[in-house]
Design a protein around this ligand. Structure first.
Ligand code: ZN
Length: 349
């Protein structure tokens, strides 16, 4: 009689070890005020079909406050056992419009929202989906953003810049589950694989693969048709993630910004090339002890100057990478100094 009990224990332990990371996830109680609020968005928002189960809406290229804040993408997967939404757009008004568009193609409930990362243009619509009782999943790192001064300041700023679509009732919504590693789930005849990729474009990013469709939602790890926004990520790790990305089985890739692509390898290599170029240029400048302004002026940007979002994003991206390269250089100097006592240290700019 002891053996079955031991088996049960062993089985339970094995199951615990195999469970996706959200078992260890942090959860946060949800406020009672989760309801769609604010002005109605009047932008042109079309739900575009990608494959059998997958749809998406595409934000315009432009600064974050252009087009009533509709500058990022959101995905919709209709499974036969409910709808999964990927990212929640940049205002509650946009999320409400997205909900209307979803109701035009299905009456199934929204059961889950998977958030690629916590940046304002992807999460301000969450309160609308929370009001639909959808479960919200986000990558580890979301809690860093939510607790940050930057998040509070950004919301105050957007209440001014995106009024009346972001207003006093717009608020940051905590995820129900914070994923530390990957997660897999099935709904109807659709399989979802969520991979947490760590601090790449933001404090924490995830991507979601949908089978059997072969569609990858990349969030802001990949931009297509416009320059990436580096954000507060880690370009070294970001490049490692892109290098590891399995592109063989992909039928289509929906980026965080820009159009869906049926040539995912090309989109991945474009983002890789830009990040690699920025890192090489700024690393050289740091090695020469050249101040950022001079480094930026000396760099030949001709390959990227005509890419959409260059004016809004490139200088800020370059500065962020310059700071990163400086920090990496200091790390290297300190590492060498530990090996060679007395070696001179470079001062931060
Ligand atoms: Zn972002």
């Amino acid at each position: 009689m002891i053996i079955p009990g031991m088996w049960r224990y062993t089985l339970l332990l094995a199951l615990m070890l195999c469970l996706p990371a959200w078992d260890a996830a942090a959860t946060q109680p949800r406020s009672a005020q989760d309801s769609p609020v604010g002005a109605l968005a009047t932008v042109d928002m079309k739900l575009r079909r990608v494959t059998d189960h997958v749809w998406y809406v595409e934000g315009a290229a432009g600064p974050a406050t252009a087009n009533q804040g509709f500058v990022s993408n959101a995905g919709v997967v209709v499974t036969g056992a409910g709808v999964v939404v990927f990212d929640a757009l940049g205002t509650p008004a946009l999320a409400r419009l997205l909900l209307e568009r979803i109701h035009e193609i299905t009456q199934q409930p929204i059961v889950r929202v998977v958030v690629s990362h916590y940046h304002a243009d992807h999460v301000y619509g969450l309160q609308v989906f929370a009001g639909q009782d959808a479960e919200i999943l986000a990558p580890a790192g979301a809690e860093i953003y939510l607790a940050s001064r930057q998040a509070r300041e950004r919301l105050l700023e957007r209440r001014k810049l995106l009024a009346p679509w972001v207003d006093d009732r717009t608020r940051l919504v905590w995820p129900d589950r914070i994923l530390k590693e990957g997660a897999q789930f099935q709904l109807g005849d659709v399989d979802f694989t969520v991979t947490v990729v760590g601090k790449a474009h933001s404090d924490g990013d995830l991507i979601m693969y949908v089978a059997p469709d072969g569609v990858l939602f990349s969030g802001d790890i990949i931009f297509d048709g416009r320059l990436p926004y580096i954000g507060n990520g880690d370009t070294k790790h970001w490049l490692e993630v892109l290098g590891r990305m399995d592109r063989e089985k992909l039928v289509a890739l929906v980026p965080g910004h820009g159009s869906v692509t049926k040539q995912p390898a090309e989109a991945i290599s474009q983002t890789r090339r830009y990040l690699t170029f920025l890192r090489a240029q700024m690393a050289q400048a740091v090695a020469r002890l050249e101040p950022f302004d001079a480094a930026y002026a000396h760099t030949d940007w001709s390959e990227y100057r005509n890419v959409p979002a260059f004016d809004e994003a490139n200088r800020r991206n370059a500065y962020q990478v310059y700071l990163e390269m400086e920090a990496e250089s200091l790390d290297g100097t300190q590492h060498n100094a530990r090996k060679q006592p007395g070696a001179p240290r470079r001062k931060a700019q």
